[in-house]
Design a protein around this ligand. Structure first.
Ligand code: F6R
Length: 625
């Protein structure tokens, strides 16, 4: 297919993909397939591998990695010991074999994660140089550009460096050159890529779980640095051709942690990890006196009230936990907080400046909109504080202060444990601000922190112990077309997340409403048998939610209440099914109740036979706008 420019025909971008590369003594194909399976959460529209040989051998398939594996098997024996692989998530246009990676040119083969923004102009230039294009991807343009420089210099590192100077956009590349057998090249800008070397084999990958089987020590490539991996060594080159060193990092996750550990899906495994990771996250943030301690200097100044506003920014679930954070900080510390959708933040031209704090929340730390919001806030002079799970990620590196959550690797596309630990950090922050604002005494704060450390993980564990009841309830609603979640105050905050969880993995249309909002329109959608999930963990608004339940019951709704145990005993709740949540300090109840909603969504999805970990059209981390 010819390269087409500026005529409205799309170039198919791949915005969140998985890259793997291997060089060593063993056959590369099985290694690459295993790596791709680990990275499949990053995209699964199509996949492909290339093996270092003369000529380079490529195998690609539209669809899941199983299909690629079948095609690879059809090739018969594949003894090659070096190769690259890719799993792709497309945003525009249909995925196809031809658009799958790796992309070939006369001299090289390349896999890419990111977007080349100036593909059109480069494509035009390359066309004049005699290049034509087989696919509709911006990646092929990048491959041809490197090829052109390689034709001139015959030297991989300088060709890659020269091409990178011309590329605009984001990229992580894994590259094989046909006449450099068994050598792997890698470079990145604004897209993640790590490399490991054990002395006998070298691996590149988009994410840590894919390298854990080789080593726990890895290099997160600095932007623009080119890595060259052979069986024996790994070397790094700066963009101007100087050999440089890279700082290695070590991760204490084990392979088991990054695998399913006997559960059918990562999502259910990750929900089961919540008690442990909540304890770990809180424990790591308590001082010897049992008070919140973050080790970020500016937080003490913030806590003293040396600022005008707090804005919490994130996408999807990360933004939703911001809603919980707002309720908490306002309730406990009486400090005004606003919550912003990261993708809107910079376009809204928010009122933010030197005396403001912008808290960025992100599991991956790579979400493009969150990164852009962070940069915007910094540009405006705000103090940026990141709550992030992935160590060394872009948000973590660029923020003025970072508080890491301790969720460990989260693989399922739908976030669960990362959301919960983000909540725990926000609780600790709220407690810290409340002490500084003289809203609570240190003694009261210690009691709250103790509850967060002990009571909450135990209560979450009790929810997990009672998961069968939630699974039964899920079966009652799994055939619904629409589901509504209702609640007030912090209950509404988690309704929003519960509703997102349900719709994204079960494909049931679902909405969350503040109970009082229902009668302003939405109630007209409630008909006979419509499931309504009513959250009741906050006693002062419990009666009001009971009235809301009566209203929807009168229209035929099938009501499932998710209610704190003591409230379920105290109030007569006119529901069809009741899921109880253990009693804890009321303030923390949402953090407990969310586990019940996550499980409910999980069992509905599983009951419908959906691939829970990989819901259609979604990817784990959205690394472009
Ligand atoms: C939903 C979900 C997403 C993410 C969002 C932000 O289950 O996982 O809504 O929360 O894409 O991702 P991070 O936290 O990586 O910035």
């Amino acid at each position: 297919m010819e390269y087409r420019k500026g005529n409205g025909l799309p170039f198919f971008n791949h915005i969140m993909c998985g890259i793997i590369g291997y060089t060593g003594a063993e056959a590369a194909a099985p290694k690459l397939l295993t790596g791709l399976r680990t990275l499949e959460y990053r995209g699964y529209d199509s996949a492909g591998i290339a093996l270092s040989d003369e000529p380079i051998l490529t195998v690609k398939a539209k669809g899941r990695i199983d299909l690629l594996e079948t095609k690879v098997k059809e090739q018969g024996s594949l003894p090659q010991t070096c190769g690259i692989g890719h799993t792709r998530w497309a945003t525009h246009g249909a995925p196809s074999d031809v658009n799958s990676h790796p992309h070939r040119t006369a001299h090289l083969c390349l896999v890419h994660n990111g977007i080349i923004e100036n593909y059109a102009e480069l494509g035009e230039e390359l066309k004049h140089d005699g290049y034509s294009f087989a696919s509709e991807t911006d990646t092929e343009i990048a491959a041809c550009l490197i090829d052109r420089f390689y034709r001139e210099s015959g030297e991989p590192v300088s060709a890659i460096a020269a091409a990178c100077k011309r590329l605009r956009g984001s990229y992580a590349f894994g590259i094989l050159f046909e006449d450099r057998k068994n050598v792997l090249y890698a470079v990145r800008k604004d897209s993640p890529l790590i490399a490991v070397h054990t002395g006998q084999e070298g691996v590149i990958a988009s994410d840590i779980p894919a390298v854990l089987a080789y080593s726990h020590t890895y290099y997160r490539l600095e932007e623009g640095v080119i890595a060259e991996l052979s069986r024996e060594t790994i070397r790094f080159w700066s963009p101007d051709g100087r050999e440089v060193t890279q700082q290695s990092e070590t991760v204490d996750w084990n392979v088991e942690q990054a695998q399913k550990g006997g559960f059918p899906y990562f999502m259910i495994k990750e929900i089961h990890e919540e008690p442990t990771v909540l304890r770990k996250t809180v424990e790591a943030r308590l001082s010897a006196e049992g008070l919140p301690f973050f080790g970020v200097k500016r937080i003490d100044e913030i806590a003293r009230g040396d600022f005008d506003s707090i804005q919490i920014v994130g996408c999807g679930s990360a933004m939703h936990i911001g809603l919980v954070g707002r309720t908490l900080i306002e309730d406990l510390a009486r400090i005004p907080v606003s919550v912003e959708i990261a993708s809107e933040f910079r376009y809204r031209d928010p009122i933010v400046g030197k005396r403001d704090i912008v808290i960025l929340i992100s599991q991956s730390g790579e979400t493009a909109d969150t990164v852009a919001a962070l940069r915007h806030a910094k540009e405006k002079g705000a103090f940026t504080l990141a709550i992030v799970n992935v160590i060394g990620s872009t948000v973590a590196r660029e923020a003025d202060g970072v508080i890491y959550t301790w969720a460990g690797p989260e693989i399922a596309v739908a976030t669960t444990k990362a959301y919960s630990v983000q909540g725990a950090i926000l609780y600790l922050l709220a407690i810290k601000l409340a002490i500084a604002n003289h809203r609570i005494s240190e003694k009261e704060a210690k009691t709250l922190c103790f509850s967060l450390l002990r009571e909450i993980p135990d209560a979450v564990q009790r929810i997990l112990n009672g998961k069968e009841k939630i699974a039964e309830t899920a079966r009652l609603i799994q055939n619904a077309e629409h589901v509504f979640f209702i609640g007030r105050k912090a209950d509404w905050d988690i309704c929003v997340e519960g509703s997102l969880k349900l719709k994204e993995i079960s494909y049931i249309h679902s909405e969350a409403y503040a109970t009082g909002e229902l009668k302003h329109g939405t109630i007209s959608l409630v008909t006979d048998g419509t499931p309504v999930i009513a959250l009741m963990t906050q006693e002062d608004v419990c009666e009001k939610t009971v009235s809301g339940i009566r209203e929807v019951k009168a229209r035929g709704a099938f009501v499932v209440s998710v209610c704190r145990e003591s409230l379920a005993k105290k109030y007569e709740i006119p529901c069809d099914a009741c899921l109880t949540v253990p009693d804890t300090e009321e303030l923390f109840s949402p953090l407990v109740a969310i586990t019940a909603l996550q499980l409910l969504a999980y069992y509905v999805s599983e009951g419908k036979g959906i691939d829970v970990d990989k819901p259609r059209n979604l990817a784990k981390s959205v690394t472009v706008e």
